[in-house]
Design a protein. Structure first.
Ligand SMILES: Cc1ncc(COP(=O)(O)O)c(C=O)c1O
Length: 452
């Protein structure tokens, strides 16, 4: 086992968060003109990346190649990808857009992995030309790869995603190892396992296996079982091939995040310890490893900060109308049971609000009744000009924008502790301006329909 330097314990993330909120308000990053923004804690992100690396380093045999490929869908922001790249991570991409972001961040092909169930021939050709790793999602995609690799040699490591069909977690939409999931080759279907083994024997260039059994809501045991199935399949293929054909196992991401408190639980080490118990052979150095974590790297290190525009009362319920709604907290608004978020109340200067909590709905700006990020939430009474922070929203909330009502994509700002108890800032993404909204909404084609 590698000696692992334990990462420093979480310092006072919550205290720094409060300082950042006050500074964001004082500096006008959130203001009457820009009433909502995302904030990212750079120190916390670095720490999570270090914890991920250390958790695997503790159990892997010396010299084992390990690539932690950040799932770009969790934060499709070039500065975030570059920050993580500096921390030794790569990128897992699932579309030409995500690949372009990874490249813009300077992530090298050798640290990039392409997954997606719907890769076009052009996307595959680009990936193979670049030499980035590709996980085929189906037998149909393997057929395409046959043709493409025959016509142009590639240095891309190529693999196949399988679905161990072990069942789902607590959120259906996040469960990718159900019997009928659209992802990967369904391994327990009739003849599927034999076909997978044969597909490898027929294709000497197929050297990886991939599984991602789900995201948020998956029990760790089920995730580890998925990896065990992947490992056993690799062992079977290698035995039948009489050589170590499968040399890398891509075990996906999916570590769930605690949205109920500041505690980081489970930790990466909880997972690697369980993996080590469940699949000891995974770590003995015969297999290179790829991981694809997204949410667990960023969620705890980001928040959405929004001004309270109005407050009112309806049917005896207090309602705070804010600027954080479905446009940024899309999943929370449309599936509130699956994606509850903590809401912190701050006053007009961005100081934590005190006062006896009363039940309040925290509403967004969208024009539909369900645009609520919290219902009957006990909070100190909010007033116009106050602020609310949606906590633990560093992952997916800045990459899942919903364009309803033509609300602009909010700006995102990174923060780190500064001198004298201050906060240093960097722009991660500027707020979208109305002119950009008009442009992306067909502004250049204003006469198009009237001329038909
Ligand atoms: C193939 C794949 N890998 C990795 C991830 C990242 O999952 P998480 O953010 O839960 O770690 C996803 C999420 O959808 C995925 O589909």
């Amino acid at each position: 086992m590698n000696p692992a330097t334990p990462p420093p314990p979480p310092s006072s993330d919550a205290a720094l968060r409060d300082r950042a909120v006050a500074a964001a308000v004082a500096q006008g990053l959130v203001s009457a003109a820009d009433p909502v923004a995302g904030l990212l804690d750079v120190t916390g992100i670095r720490r999570s990346a270090a914890e991920l690396r250390a958790a695997f380093a503790e159990f892997t045999a010396p010299g084992t190649p390990v690539l932690h490929a950040f799932a770009v869908k969790a934060a499709s922001l070039v500065p975030v990808l570059r920050l993580l790249a500096r921390e030794g991570l790569g990128c897992e991409v699932a579309s030409p857009g995500e690949l372009a972001l990874a490249r813009a961040a300077g992530v090298p092909p050798a640290r990039t992995v392409l997954d997606s169930p719907a890769k076009t021939p052009a996307e595959l050709r680009e990936a193979l030309a670049l030499g980035i790793a590709v996980n085929a999602d189906s037998f149909g995609e393997l057929d395409r790869l046959d043709a493409l690799t025959a016509s142009a040699p590639t240095s891309s490591p190529l693999g196949l995603r399988v679905n161990p069909q072990l069942g789902g977690g607590s959120i259906d939409a996040m469960s990718t190892a159900t019997d009928t999931s659209k992802f990967g080759v369904a391994l327990r279907d009739e003849d599927a396992r034999e076909r997978v083994v044969q597909a490898f024997l027929d294709r000497p260039w197929l050297t990886r296996l991939h599984a991602h059994v789900g995201s948020q809501g998956m029990p760790l045991e089920l995730m580890a079982d998925g990896v065990r199935v992947l490992y056993e399949l690799a062992e079977e293929i290698n035995e039948k091939a009489a050589r170590a054909q499968v040399g890398t196992l891509d075990i996906g991401g999916g570590l769930p995040v605690n949205f109920a408190s500041d505690a980081v639980s489970p930790a990466y080490r909880d997972y690697t310890r369980l993996l080590h118990r469940t699949v000891p052979g995974l770590f003995d150095g015969r297999y290179g490893l790829v991981t694809e974590f997204g949410r667990s790297l960023l969620a705890k290190h980001g928040l959405v900060l929004a001004r309270v525009e109005y407050t009112k009362s309806a049917g005896g319920r207090r309602v705070a109308v804010t600027h954080a709604g479905a446009q940024i907290a899309t999943r929370t608004v449309f599936a509130p049971e699956a994606w509850p978020v903590r809401v912190a109340a701050y006053d007009a200067q961005g100081r934590p609000k005190t006062g006896d909590a009363v039940a309040q709905d925290v509403a967004g700006p969208c024009c539909f009744a369900g645009d609520l990020v919290a219902r009957a939430r006990p909070l100190p009474p909010l007033e116009p000009g106050d602020h609310v922070a949606l906590l633990d929203t560093g992952a997916y909330y800045f990459s899942t924008h919903f364009a309803y009502n033509s609300l602009p994509r909010p700006g995102v700002h990174g923060y780190a502790p500064g001198p004298d108890g201050g906060v240093r800032w960097a722009t991660v993404r500027a707020a979208q301006r109305v002119a950009e909204l008009v442009a992306e909404s067909g502004g250049a084609y204003g006469d198009a329909l009237t001329q038909l």
